[in-house]
Design a protein around this ligand. Sequence first.
Ligand SMILES: Cc1cc2nc3c(=O)[nH]c(=O)nc-3n(C[C@H](O)[C@H](O)[C@H](O)COP(=O)(O)OP(=O)(O)OC[C@H]3O[C@@H](n4cnc5c(N)ncnc54)[C@H](O)[C@@H]3O)c2cc1C
Length: 815
Amino acid sequence: MTMSSVPSRAKIVIIGGGVGGTSVAYHLAKYGERDVVLLDRSELTSGSTFHSAGLVGQLRADPTLTKMNMYSVELYRELQLTDTPPSWIECGSIKLASSPERMEEIRRQIGWAKTFGLDLHEISPKEAQEKFPLIEREGVVGACYMGSDGQVDPSQLAQAMAKAARQNGVKILANTRVLSITTKAGRVSEVVTDQGTIECEIVVNCGGIYAAEIGRMVDVRIPIVPMSHQYMITENFLPTGEAILPSLRDPDLLIYFRQEVGGLLMGGYERQSRPWLATREAFEEIPQDFNSKLLPDDWDRFEEIAINSQVRVPKMSELGIKSFINGPEGFTPDNEFCLGETSVGGFYVAAGFCAHGIAGAGGIGKVVAEWIIGNEPPMDLWHMDIRRFGDSYKSPAFTLDRVQENYERYYDIHYPLEERRSCRPHKQSPAYEWHKAHGAVFGEKSGWERVNFYETHVGDENLRPQGWAGKNWSPCVQVEHRATREAAGIFDESSFAKLRVSGERAAEFLNVVCANNVVKGVGRTTYTQALTTKGGIEADYTVTQVAEEEFLIITGTAFGNHDLQWLRKIQREHEFADVLITDLTSELAIFGIWGPQAREILTQITDQSLANEDFPFMTSQEITCAGKRVRATRITYVGELGWELSLPISDALVVWEALIAAGEPFGAKPCGYRAIESLRLEKGYVAWGVEVSTETTPAEAGLDFAVSKKKIDFIGRSAIIGAKPVTRKLAVITFDDITTVPLGNEPIRIAGKIVGRVKSGGQGYTIGKAIGNAYLPIEHLVEGSQVEVEFFGEWKTGTIGKSPLFDPQGIRIKA
Ligand SMILES: Cc1cc2nc3c(=O)[nH]c(=O)nc-3n(C[C@H](O)[C@H](O)[C@H](O)COP(=O)(O)OP(=O)(O)OC[C@H]3O[C@@H](n4cnc5c(N)ncnc54)[C@H](O)[C@@H]3O)c2cc1C
């Protein structure tokens, strides 16, 4: 690849010529974007791509990622038929279970695969050995096989996509280093390289391990850490001319294999991870000349993997080593990609591929190109969206600790309700010490330590769900659920994100962003969604008008940064520069008191009348509670009468203690987030990122009631008003045995045909049933009809219910 002169202008500049950058270029060109330049500081594929192992697996826990990987396979098959084939070999893959727990995981995954039409099926240890004769069967409990998985040559793949992109008009310039990026009015405007400056509208950071460094050029934090990742290739010993062996994973032994020419490539995820360059004190500084280079062999760390490989493939102990690869790869704090537009307009990222970038590259390029062209995510990409990372990740220590924890637990079985272990506690509520002293068991979300439940609330063990759902379950939750339904629950929701939107045009702005009319007068609270132009749900929150020109948005703990960035994007693109958007999350605490006794309890600590006529549902007032000014909002997420109190952090503990003291004689209990989950499921309240996302419309989610029929101008309106009737809807499925609890992703079958997959599930302690939510074709939404749901290989019967399952008339919330 020779160096050529950079153009002075291009619509889109891609930085990085690995599989990420070339795939984005390929897809942009495929979709008709011609004014695209791809730059690499060295040669194409000289980053992590050239030293990749090239295994391509498709099935993942996240349905979106599975769809993306399936698309990758389709693309690699297609490219294989061109005159620059990437050596795609559809050799299949085997996953071994070397423990009974892993076998359960495999059976669960076989269920997921059915919902995608993927050809994953269970095979016996003997069948696994027939397909991969080198394995030792001792200790193998079972296995599964997928014929459509494969392997590809990573450099050839990047070159094949680059060639096709070039043929479609993309200009590819090697040896052209980006030195800085200029922004204007919150958007990218220029890319400055060592070969000249390019004026542009969009920059796509496909910098792999260098992506964080490129992000720093525009003050955007991209929490990617280069980690050392190793594998070895044995000498050739396999007979030539025979079918290539399937790739093989034995996660219990932390290892993977694939055939490499006549030898075996073997790597794994060590228990002792090693970051390259990054420390807890400082971000990585990658040497200027680190391209086409590897790291020194780290045998000490590889020893565990090498020993395990000999356990599963005894032949490994006899084979000579042809090469040993230790290469850096960009890992994120949660092992998911970092994709999408950042806080700087037009500055996109597609990096942090966590050692599955070759499997993902096709899908990554497709969705990022679609995101750029459509100016919004084309599908539910929340788990990979750069906006999921809040301010905590500005800390090198927080990021590194999280990345290492993930890397080291990569091959572990991840049970539902599992909690992160690193960096805790990080952010705390003002009542944290109180919770701790009263037996709180904490969980963590977006760096916040939050009460899951209090271990002092001992409930009925007989309700423990069967199987996996029971692993991290607690009998305490049912006690808190019942206290809320029967007396009152007092909840600390201080981690919720709080955003203030103010200014002369704040009302006009919010009514453009929100699907509901949120400008109903001072003291009114509105539940609303913010939609994409296609009518998908980009955000879901409540808006309270606190003054003529001031609004308070309360949204989920994990969504603060995402929702803030969405508001700022609309502000930028719709010319609302005069509107002020402020993040108040760390300034305000929030407590919820809900239940039939909530009014009585709150009355003990305030002089304000809480009667319906003085304080109706969905209104908000500043009142005095326990001598402190608080904003009380009559709203609920659990389906009970009650108020949410927001107040300055400094006053919070006093009010919390007053609530607890006032509540005690009425049977109220402090409660945690797990009780909220059970209560909201029963009441049919949806959660963004769980039941609703950019892939679902309000009509599909049963949220039509929250869309204004009168407003004429809000984002997404033209896509949903007057749209064709929906063909699928969110359905609730109940299971009479409360211990039969779906976890999500289970296939749903009617008359022998797969019709959907479970989105969410839990227990409803008041209705005495287990609950699952799923989008189903409307012809199947017959209340009282039966469906089958597969739990770990076993089909169980559920019943389509009528949502909400609890208090359908909403009598309790308006009591
Ligand atoms: C040992 C190992 C084994 C792996 N095995 C697998 C596997 O089996 N299966 C799988 O799916 N994945 C695997 N991976 C992961 C996969 O290789 C990576 O995810 C993928 O190659 C990353 O591609 P990328 O395009 O993001 O980054 P890179 O390939 O690193 O490309 C980034 C490019 O950006 C360029 N760049 C950086 N800064 C600048 C600048 N300022 N100006 C211009 N250009 C710049 C660099 O020169 C580089 O070429 C493995 C990784 C490693 C390390």
